[in-house]
Design a protein. Structure first.
Length: 342
């Protein structure tokens, strides 16, 4: 659904990738580059001394929650967290508005994940501090798209290529996978892109997202097979079947074996492609996801994405709280310890 949120800057919620233009996207990426020594724990920063993050995850998460929380801690802030409905007052019937008003009274910024589309925007309406959408049902996942585009840019640059003019295959559950909705919209800020899509039946990309890209001048082509989708592309972005958002019958109807594996990339003559995935990868048999036999391929970028997530989430907090890079540098020192194995 299209929303009219203001550009993402100091004191603003981050609810959708539609809050980015090429300009504020580049500023966020510059900030993400600048905090790299802190993200890599080569330096220790206290710029957010005294600041409190309220982390509310009403849906399962490993990476997103831990990387948001680690990002805030890396900047010297503190974190309070609640996970799931069972241990929150929502289990007692408390409304989103009341929960949000209460927790924003304890925090300087909130990060919220919730299973219902549009629910994080409801949190934002009642909050007295900036709210960051960490995934609202099948809606959006803006911080994931930001780290995906940041990673893709770096992976392409290492091959002397750019996002402008690139060819990207997006495959898997494109209907319920919110990361691909945010990704396609955010990538649409670039020029002359070619998307090739492959999704099992009933998991096709929503028309709204497809039109979003097409009306901005990009080509969107639907392929008949994964091999056709990945042939000749610069990068492949795979996403798992979002079983929690559909019946088991639908989840298994057209999903047997692997979504993408080494042999398929070999058949498409594209073993060098950049390979991305928001993770988690469903590694159970017949899960119809990215197989682990691609893990030794040179283009595997899935763990670069997770590492880069820290930089991006630090940059999101710094932007929302109005902290510039000079303030970060003034409060950063070299670490006095080593975190390496002998
Ligand atoms: N971690 C991503 C999300 O929360 C992708 C996934 O769960 O498949 O949307």
């Amino acid at each position: 659904m299209a929303h009219d949120y203001p550009p993402f800057e100091q004191g603003r919620h981050l609810l959708s990738v539609s809050q980015f233009s090429s300009k504020n996207l580049q500023s966020l990426f510059d900030l993400a580059d600048a905090v790299d020594p802190i993200a890599k724990r080569q330096a220790v920063c206290t710029v957010l001394d005294g600041a409190m993050l309220g982390s509310l995850f009403f849906e399962p998460s490993t990476r997103t929650r831990l990387s948001f929380e680690s990002a805030f801690l890396r900047l010297g802030g503190e974190v309070t967290t609640t996970t799931g409905f069972t241990f929150s007052s929502m289990a007692k019937g408390e409304s989103i508005a009341d929960t949000s008003r209460v927790v924003s009274g304890y925090s300087d910024v909130l990060v919220v994940r919730h299973p219902d589309e549009g629910s994080v925007a409801q949190f934002a309406e009642a909050s007295t501090v900036p709210v960051v959408n960490a995934g609202d049902g099948a809606g959006e996942h803006p911080s994931q798209a930001l780290l995906d585009v940041y990673t893709l840019d770096k992976e392409l640059a290492s091959r002397s290529k750019r996002i402008d003019g690139s060819h990207v295959a997006i495959i898997g559950d494109l209907k319920y996978g919110r990361t691909v909705h945010s990704l396609i919209k955010l990538m649409s800020l670039y020029s002359d892109l070619h998307f090739s899509l492959f999704a099992p039946m009933s998991m096709e990309l929503p028309d709204e997202v497809r039109k979003y890209a097409e009306t901005r001048g990009h080509e969107v082509r639907v392929a008949d097979s994964v091999i056709e989708a990945v042939r000749g592309v610069d990068a492949v972005y795979a996403t798992r079947v979002q079983r929690e958002r559909m019946t088991e019958e639908l989840a298994t109807a057209n999903t047997q074996g692997d979504l993408l594996n080494w042999a398929m990339l070999a058949e498409a003559d594209n073993l060098d492609a950049i390979i991305m995935h928001p993770l988690p990868r469903d590694s159970r048999p017949n899960s119809f996801d990215l197989a682990s036999d691609v893990d030794d391929l040179p283009g595997l970028a899935i763990f670069h994405q997770t590492d880069n997530g820290l930089n991006i989430r630090m940059a999101i907090f710094l932007t929302a709280l109005g902290v510039n890079i000079e303030a970060v540098q003034l409060t950063t020192k070299q670490r006095p310890w080593k975190a390496t194995l002998r």
